[in-house]
Write a protein that binds this ligand. Structure first.
Ligand SMILES: [Zn+2]
Length: 70
């Protein structure tokens, strides 16, 4: 089976797609949409390697997506 491009996996709907992309799950998030604490997340290095990575989160309960800059 040919592996799908990572961007396509992340663009798919559903928490399962995110989990399949190897994302981690946290129970210490704070969803701006529903106030839920469970979210999938992944880190993206936006600038140089010296700077902290930006955290992208997706709520398990309502699928709201947001980011947290360090
Ligand atoms: Zn939510």
């Amino acid at each position: 089976m040919r592996p799908r491009p990572r961007a396509q996996v992340l663009g798919a709907d559903g928490a399962e797609a995110w989990a399949a992309a190897g994302l981690q799950k946290t129970e210490h998030a704070r969803c701006p949409g529903c106030g839920g604490n469970e979210a999938f997340y992944h880190e993206v290095q936006t600038r140089s390697a010296d700077e902290p990575a930006t955290l992208f989160l997706r709520c398990v309960a309502c699928a709201h997506q947001w980011r947290e800059a360090p």
